[in-house]
Design a protein around this ligand. Structure first.
Ligand code: GDP
Ligand code: MN
Length: 389
């Protein structure tokens, strides 16, 4: 189970556990759920909601509390999470004195095909508004990184010269963790500089590369993976178990498009046309030969609900066989007890046509009374005819 969660994002507590294991400084603290006793750190605490989305401080989900206040503050944050429909759990950490808040991150830059370090001396909750203060350091993934490699960059980015050594060691060790854990992103914001000259990660956002999952059997056991599972709808879960991606939305058009990029483009196109999609779907992760039929069943189930007025299936076929796709879709349609109007379109490569030509496929759908379109421009008019308006 849980082998399939894409974009594996870690909650802060799981991210900090990885940092701690590497000897990178994080505040002392403990995560606890509603029924667990809270250990109140001497001198008060920071109470932090543990969930898979960020910008918590602005939503009151990170709160400073004096020793006496900790139990009440923790109870109120837990309650807030419950009201948000989240699994209530908080990280209760020692308060750390802060001299400066920096921003430090490693991420994979898709365009440069290289790891990039991002650094700013203006860290903290307002960092999004200060994008121009963020400096980039591109590194060659084939070379080991040592602290001295980043010193000139840190100085050039305005880091306090007295702290550059400790910052450089932190940045280099963070890079080793980034590589060893197969991360796509590790973002430390804020990286606190304490009055005694230490640096400490007060927050951690870690995203792991899903394609490296086979090297990390333990990922599925993290609380982060459990929370990701819980935030799925039953139908999304069913798709995920098959290696497919489904995200349910509130619209009126059930959507089955090949490829995540093209699927997103269709989502935008339909939303702009006032025909909002009822889902986003991506079958490209499916490895089994009947992925089309499986996804077809899931889309038909989404389509069966009353708010959905039509089903769109638009496939761009490269190497996969068009015949498999067509038969899979028709089988799903036949199995579905509720049948909504179906609009079909596809663009295919020669390879995809090896068992069935595009002309044959179009004829098959037309003969069954479905709407067949040959260009994407025809999609919105065709849907308007069905949905009205
Ligand atoms: P986010 O809003 O989800 O990114 O939450 P953060 O974990 O980054 O916390 C938001 C802010 O709370 C930080 O920028 C700090 O200013 C403050 N903060 C977090 N932990 C501590 C702490 O241990 N001590 C102090 N003084 N402030 C903290
Ligand atoms: Mn933060």
């Amino acid at each position: 189970m849980a082998e399939w969660i894409k974009d594996m994002r870690l909650i802060e507590a799981d991210g900090k556990a990885l940092l701690r294991r590497r000897g990178l400084a994080v505040p002392h603290g403990r995560r606890c759920g509603p029924d667990e006793a809270i250990e109140v750190p001497p001198g008060g605490a920071v109470v932090k909601a543990q969930l898979l989305s960020g910008a918590r401080a602005k939503r009151g989900l990170v709160q400073l509390a004096s020793e006496a206040e900790v139990p009440a503050v923790a109870a109120s944050v837990l309650d807030q999470m419950r009201q948000m429909g989240r699994q209530p759990n908080v990280l209760v950490e020692e308060k750390v004195a802060i001299e400066a808040e920096y921003y430090l991150a490693w991420r994979i830059d898709d365009v440069r095909q290289a790891p990039v370090m991002l650094f700013s001396i203006h860290g903290g909750v307002e960092i999004e508004d200060l994008a121009e203060g963020v400096h980039e350091f591109v590194w060659d993934p084939l070379r080991g990184l040592h602290p001295h490699h980043v010193v000139p960059f840190l100085v050039g980015s305005g880091a306090d010269r007295r702290r550059v050594g400790v910052l450089a060691r932190f940045a280099a060790e963070l890079y080793r963790m980034f590589v060893a854990e197969d991360a796509e992103l590790i973002e430390i914001n804020p990286l606190a500089v304490t009055p005694d000259g230490q640096v400490m990660a007060l927050d951690a956002k870690v995203m792991l590369d899903d394609s490296a999952r086979f090297r990390h059997r333990d990922w599925s056991d993290t609380l982060s993976a459990k929370l990701a599972r819980m935030s799925m709808t039953p139908l999304e879960w069913r798709a995920a178990e098959q290696g497919l991606t489904l995200i349910e939305m509130d619209g009126c058009v059930a959507l089955f498009a090949a490829g995540a990029g093209f699927g997103m483009a269709l989502v935008d196109l339909l939303s702009d046309a006032g025909l909002p999609p009822a889902n986003f779907a991506d079958a490209s992760g499916g490895t089994k030969p009947n992925a089309f039929a499986t996804m077809g069943d899931i889309i038909m189930e989404r389509a069966a609900r009353p708010d959905v007025k039509a089903v769109v299936c638009f496939q761009t076929m490269g190497a996969a066989s068009l015949k498999d796709a067509v038969q899979g879709l028709l089988a799903a349609w036949d199995r579905s007890p509720v049948k909504k109007p179906l609009v079909v379109g596809f663009t295919v490569s020669r390879t995809a046509e090896r068992e069935m030509t595009a002309a044959e496929a179009r004829e098959l759908f037309r003969a069954r009374g479905h709407t067949v379109i040959s260009e994407l421009d025809e999609l919105v008019p065709a849907l308007r005819q069905i949905v009205g308006g």
